[in-house]
Design a protein around this ligand. Structure first.
Ligand code: HEM
Ligand SMILES: [Cu+2]
Length: 759
């Protein structure tokens, strides 16, 4: 398969899907909302003049909120691009041989995945969030240098383009090849995405591929952009704070952005210098990194002296968001604020002193190596302090189930595993064994994936009402965020397991005995992919269709005295723009749940009402099960048509209960079970499944029972076929769950349990 075309088509599918969502959502938004809510836009055509005005406005703006949104949009595009790389990597690794794409392609994929995510996704999105919220949090009018801010952003699109020119050139070449003779295109086709690893170690990175030069230039440009942004954040926090905000009551997110920016201005100039040296080596015959000159190891020192601080540059803003958001959903103030600030500063300083732990196997002097082991273990201490403070914040809290909370708790869990494995890697004898294996990949992904995008998603949900004036779809968000936690755990814990088995990383092919675990990891990664698309859909659709917010306090923060400045700004704005008066808290939420006075009912006492209810709901359940099973059959038929599901397995089903192997008999049995066993279980367990709302419970339930189906109906598929089978099984069950839950709700079979407050 042609890699570039595949990648561009997938990207196009996502973009078209987004546009379609926007168009449909705009269409559907017709009437003014009857409650007098403010977002009552009606259908109108966008005129050319308006489009022009909008284009000029968005390209010339110096407003910190608008630039923030630009950053976020840019980062999202990069994330989708890098995410498609990741999905392609995982698809490639489904089979032990490199038979879908070549080894060269595989190397290109993981190189550009790493760089795109690290440089063009994470930092821009955090800078975007910082741009939008930091001035609001510290009561500043804008960033300290608004125009510099705009420049900082506008350097990024060209730098991404430079860095990924390879694929642009390849696709352009492939399309032109249809009409233009091949030899004219040789220049274009010479550009190939580099396949040198994201760490760009020489001598590999000295190999002659013109695109590598553009990549280095693009990275250099992005480094300049990042440094500009960092300087701006520092100046803003230091000089633009409101009089009421001193260092002691500076909020935790701004603290994190400040320290991150301090790391940036020490680390990025170094990267820039190293990149220039590499460019000189490549093009002007210098010998910084060649064996005759400074040697390839010099590059590793320079790269990691930037690279390790860089991992904290992308990690600290995420911890800042966690420390900011988590307390809001557990009704308690952040525990140990001061210690979190101190630990952040400590990480900032220490992050420059551990770089050689990436180089334990390169033959560094053992005495020096040992001191790096010590500092690397030491850096885990401030990280652990944060974790303990988060857990203590949750302890006894009035925890409220909402998407941001799920993401915060999931993050803490994954971060603990990622962090502990980091400490193991910091120990030289362990690292010598695991350095070249998937263990390292598992370690850093559990952190990089488990906390960074998680906190971005959490922030997007938490501040969605403030940014758009509307509420996102909460049920979808709860489902999406739980799916993300599960998908990430599944994927990266599996990589960890592969590492334990000493599966080497960065190989396009592998011994066949590992293929089972690779399938699991791929399924996990597709789950992540699906959940990201759900998030994208939710963000876009709710922008037009979400319920307008009628209070500046959608999270009831006033009740726990956590109504922070950005929400106060929002309240002012609502009042000025839309005449929505400030609200008083209806009741003050307790910050902890007092011990229950009465004893909980006995097990028997709990089962009886559930059983009674299940019986009374059996009719609705059977109807729901019928609808669900029929819908499910439709999906399974598609799977049969694609050849990934064998209808014979229905016939085998009949033999399980002693009937002859017969397709019709088996299917009837399937239908029967779908109408009785599963709906009854659903109804009786419903109360205890997370989510409370019926639709979400249905989806959850279906997700859980899908695993049984997968095992029972498996007929020996392998590789891509197996993954498709798994995806279809999941889809079929979701359809079943929706049909079941939808029908039951429709018949009024199960009343939703009492819901306390917003979720
Ligand atoms: C809890 C403290 C941490 C410790 C003690 C630690 C330790 C280590 C060690 C020793 C390695 C080198 C393994 C090897 O290549 O053989 C490593 C790799 C890595 N760590 Fe961590 N780590 C920690 C936290 C983090 C954080 C917070 C991040 C990211 C936000 C991170 C990202 C990475 C990355 C990207 C690599 C792999 C680089 C590569 O070779 O491609 N680590 N870590
Ligand atoms: Cu490191």
């Amino acid at each position: 398969m042609n890699r570039a075309l595949t990648e561009v088509s997938l990207f196009a599918v996502v973009v078209v899907g987004c546009l379609l969502t926007i168009v449909l959502a705009r269409r559907a938004r017709g009437e003014p909302s009857p409650d007098g809510g403010y977002a009552t836009g009606h259908r109108r055509e966008l005129s050319l003049a308006e489009a022009k005005a909008a284009a000029v406005r968005w390209t010339t703006t110096t407003n910190h909120r608008e630039i923030g949104l630009l950053y976020i949009a840019f980062g999202t595009v990069a994330a989708i691009w890098g995410g498609i790389d990741a999905m392609m990597i995982r698809t490639h690794l489904l089979t032990p041989e490199a038979n879908l794409w070549t080894e060269q392609t595989y190397n290109e994929l993981f190189t550009m995945h790493g760089l795109t995510m690290l440089i063009f996704f994470v930092t821009p999105v955090f800078f975007g969030i910082g741009n939008y919220f930091l001035p609001l949090l510290i009561g500043a009018d804008d960033m300290a240098f608004p125009r510099l801010n705009a420049i900082g952003f506008w350097l990024l699109p060209p730098s991404l383009l430079l860095a990924r020119l390879g694929i642009v050139a390849e696709v352009t070449g492939a399309m032109l090849a249809v009409v233009v003779p091949g030899e004219w295109l040789s220049v274009l086709l010479a550009f190939q995405e580099p396949a040198i690893g994201w760490t760009m170690y020489p001598p590999l990175s000295l190999a002659p591929n013109p695109q590598t030069n553009f990549l280095l230039l693009g990275l250099h440009l992005s480094g300049i952009a990042t440094t500009i942004g960092g300087i701006n954040f520092i100046a803003t926090v230091v000089y633009e704070r409101d009089e009421s905000i001193g260092w002691a009551n500076l909020d935790i997110f701004s603290w994190n952005m400040l320290i991150t920016s301090a790391i940036v201005i020490f680390a990025f100039p170094l990267l820039g210098t190293a990149l220039l040296m590499l460019l000189l080596d490549r093009n002007f015959g210098t010998t910084f990194f060649t064996v005759e000159g400074g040697g390839p190891i010099l590059w590793q020192h320079l790269l990691w002296f930037w690279g390790h601080p860089e991992v904290y540059i992308i990690f600290l803003p995420a911890t800042g968001l966690m420390s900011l958001i988590l307390p809001k959903f557990v009704g308690r103030k952040l525990f140990g604020f001061k210690f979190i600030v101190y630990s952040t500063i400590a990480i900032g300083v220490l992050s420059f002193g551990v770089w050689a732990h990436h180089m334990f196997v390169t033959g560094v002097d053992p005495r020096i190596r040992a001191s790096f082991m010590a500092t690397s273990i030491a850096i885990a201490v401030p990280s652990a302090i944060k974790v303990f403070n988060w857990i203590t914040t949750m302890w006894n809290g009035d925890v409220r189930l909402a998407a941001p909370l799920i993401l915060c708790v999931g993050s803490v869990g994954l971060f603990i595993v990622g962090g502990v494995t980091g400490i193991f890697l910091a120990v030289i004898p362990v690292d010598v064994i695991y350095h070249g294996t998937y263990y390292v990949v598992g370690h850093f992904h559990l952190i990089i994936m488990g906390i960074i995008p998680f906190m971005m998603f959490a922030a997007s949900y938490y501040w969605y009402p403030l940014i758009t004036g509307r509420m996102y779809d909460r049920r979808l968000a709860i489902f999406q965020s739980s799916l993300l936690v599960i998908g990430s755990g599944l994927t990266f814990m599996t990589l960890m397991a592969l590492g334990f088995l000493e599966h080497p990383r960065r190989y396009a092919t592998y011994p066949a005995e590992y293929s089972g675990l690779h399938v699991v990891a791929t399924v996990g990664s597709f789950i992540i992919g699906i959940s990201v698309l759900m998030w994208l859909y939710n963000m876009l659709w709710s922008y037009f269709q979400g319920t307008p917010v009628e209070t500046a306090d959608p999270w009831e923060l006033k009740a726990t005295q956590q109504f922070t400045p950005e929400w106060q700004w929002f309240e002012d704005r609502l009042e000025r723009k839309h005449g929505i008066p400030p609200s008083e808290p209806e009741e003050v939420r307790p910050s902890y749940v007092p011990a229950q006075e009465e004893r909980p009912p006995s097990l028997y006492g709990r089962i009886v009402p559930v059983a009674r209810r299940a019986l009374s709901d059996a009719g609705a359940g059977a109807a729901g099960g019928f609808v669900g099973t029929v819908l499910m059959t439709g999906v399974l038929l598609v799977a049969v048509a694609l050849g990934v599901f064998d209808p014979e397995s229905f016939a085998n089903l009949a033999t399980l209960v002693g009937l002859p192997a017969n397709l019709a008999l088996g299917y009837s049995l399937f239908l029967f079970a779908g109408m009785t066993v599963w709906p009854l279980l659903f109804l009786s367990l419903g109360e205890y499944l997370p989510g409370e709302l019926t639709f979400i419970t249905g989806l959850w339930y279906a997700t859980v029972i899908a695993s049984g189906f997968v095992i029972a109906f498996y007929t020996g598929q392998t590789g891509l076929e197996l993954v498709t089978y798994l995806v279809f099984a999941l889809l079929a069950h979701w359809i079943y769950g929706l049909g079941l839950a939808g029908m039951i709700t429709y018949l009024g079979g199960r009343r939703p349990t009492s819901s306390e407050g917003p979720r």
